[in-house]
Design a protein around this ligand. Structure first.
Ligand code: BG6
Length: 518
């Protein structure tokens, strides 16, 4: 931390607070002690995402050392220093390792204490509670204790861990304190298991204490969706079945499951990406305008749109598996688990009837990107023969190279009258030079500290999401739908492109959007 001063106004570097209506939530960092407990501290998620996000929040002044302490908890027997050595390398990309940053890293690591214990017996959790309480007393927190438990763990241990927390580790404040739980996906394997998990945790904690994280909701451009849609007159009259031909929400990775095959094989691309990340984006694209920005108003609208999704038909699905996926020794030779899927969802309501929402996700493809692509219908009575140039599209590029652009037909500059496709381009790198876009996890952890559940998945939302995909997933698990092999480094099975064409998507051949360079 460069200045050494903990200014609360630093919050505005992440976003303009006056913009967010947090309803009844309390979010002050200004009183009491805050303990952040990372359960599963020795695991990959904690190392690669949770601790680096906490470090960045610390560096930006959101976790003042006078108020905050961080605890790592896991089964492995380790000393504090061993945990710190494990995460150290993930805190700063080495190319940025200035002496100033190194000081920050050392100061951040001093906030961390490690406790080892099992996930299903009271002993370890009592130890943990003892350490937290000791720290709270030292902090002179005036009896206000805030405890944030981040479960960077497999869902199989959520129920026992939640039971232990509720038995041994709840905050003991008389007023002003809280205990909150952050849970990660996969939240269940299907409707039944997710509901079982929800009720097990629901018996121990109120919905207001449970933060189901979907890190796509923390991405900059996903957070921009509601602003784009509801703060711009341009879009209001166009955003419906009269004008929009189809919507695509696409996730592509140019690498395979890379050492995660054993985990991935139990879930597959639909559970890993589509049922959560892409469906959450769909909600924000398709929902009606909420009454206000209060978290419950937004989540009410998300639930409604999910409930309007029709049952998925087999002919609206193409599954793929890249060649070489089964070479991973942890993947069975007979696995049918899809590493690629295109699924068309149809929303049965007044705004969207007849507009296909194409969700597509794949591993080991020819590029890495995530985007939302809204394709408009052809211009009626087209005197320029624009169709040849391609349709209007509104694209939000979530990553990499965040951008929002509109594909338009314009006059080809020059003497002759001819048309060409071009774009109005808001490329963040160019427009917001020097602005650091925060990592999704940073924002979401900060939201949790502030008690803002807007960007977290509510229990009924999760249920509606599983209701959409469970019948399809069961048919895949039963082997009724087969994954088509595709070569790594390609677009996936060609059948998926045919499905897209049949759904009415018209690709503009020859047009390539090139992110501007500075
Ligand atoms: C995770 C999935 O939720 O998201 C991974 O489990 C995937 O399979 C990752 O690679 C992608 O996240 P991002 O932020 O890199 O798009």
């Amino acid at each position: 931390m460069a200045s050494g001063v903990w200014h609360m106004e630093k919050r505005s570097s992440i976003r303009n607070d006056s913009f967010v209506d947090r309803g009844d939530s309390e979010g002050s960092l200004e009183c009491g002690s805050l303990s952040i407990i990372v359960l599963g501290a020795s695991g990959d998620l904690a190392k690669k995402k949770t601790f680096p996000a906490l470090f960045n929040l610390y560096r930006q002044g959101f976790l003042p050392p006078s108020e905050v302490h961080i605890f790592g908890y896991a089964r492995s027997k380790m000393t504090d220093d061993e945990l710190k050595n494990r995460i150290h390398g993930y805190l700063v990309p080495s190319k940025n390792a200035t002496p100033e940053l190194s000081d920050d890293v050392s100061a951040f690591l001093r906030l961390i204490k490690y406790v080892s214990g099992s996930y299903d017996t009271e002993e370890g959790f009592q130890l943990l509670d003892g350490d937290i309480t000791k720290y709270e007393c030292e902090q002179n927190s005036q009896g206000v204790s805030r405890r944030l438990f981040y479960l960077a763990l497999p869902p199989s241990v959520y129920p026992s861990v939640c039971r232990m927390i509720s038995l041994c580790c709840m905050d003991k404040s008389k007023n002003g304190g809280w205990t909150r739980i952050v849970v990660e996906k996969p939240f269940g394997r299907d409707l039944e298991s997710a509901e079982q998990l929800s009720s097990q945790i629901g018996e121990l904690f109120d919905e207001s204490q449970i933060y189901r994280i979907d890190h796509y909701l923390g991405k900059e451009l996903v957070q921009n969706l509601l602003v784009m849609r509801f703060a711009n007159r341009f879009f209001l009259p166009l955003w419906n079945r009269d004008n929009i031909a189809n919507v695509q929400i696409v996730f592509r990775e140019d690498f395979g499951t890379e050492g995660r095959g054993g985990y991935f094989d139990q879930y597959g691309i639909i559970r890993d990406i589509i049922q959560n990340h892409l469906l959450q984006v769909l909600c924000l694209v398709a929902m009606e305008k909420p009454v206000s920005l209060k978290p419950e108003h937004i989540r009410d609208e998300k639930v409604k749109v999910l409930q309007a999704v029709d049952r998925i038909k087999d002919e609206d699905v193409v599954l793929g598996q890249y060649e070489g996926y089964r070479d991973d020794p942890t993947v069975p030779n007979t696995s049918n688990t899809p590493t690629f899927a295109t699924v068309i969802l149809r929303i049965h309501n007044e705004r969207w009837e007849g507009v296909p929402f194409i969700l597509k996700a794949g591993k080991a493809l020819n590029s890495r990107k995530a985007e939302i692509r809204i394709q408009f219908k052809d211009v009626p009575g087209d005197i320029f023969k624009c169709k040849k140039q391609g349709r209007n599209e509104f694209v939000m590029r979530l990553q990499p190279s965040e951008a929002i652009y509109m594909k338009l037909t314009v006059k080809q500059p020059g003497l002759e009258m001819s048309t060409v496709q071009s774009e109005l381009d808001l490329s963040y790198r160019q427009r917001y030079q020097g602005v650091v876009i925060p990592e999704a996890y940073e924002r979401l952890i900060l939201d949790t500290i502030r008690g803002d559940q807007q960007h977290f998945v509510r229990r009924d939302e999760l249920k509606a999401a599983w209701e959409i995909f469970t019948p399809l997933l069961h048919r895949i698990d039963d082997g009724q739908l087969k994954s088509i092999p595709y070569k790594p480094g390609t677009r996936g099975p060609t059948e998926a492109d045919t499905l897209l064409e049949n759904a009415g998507y018209i690709q503009t051949h020859g047009y390539i959007w090139i992110p501007p360079t500075l």
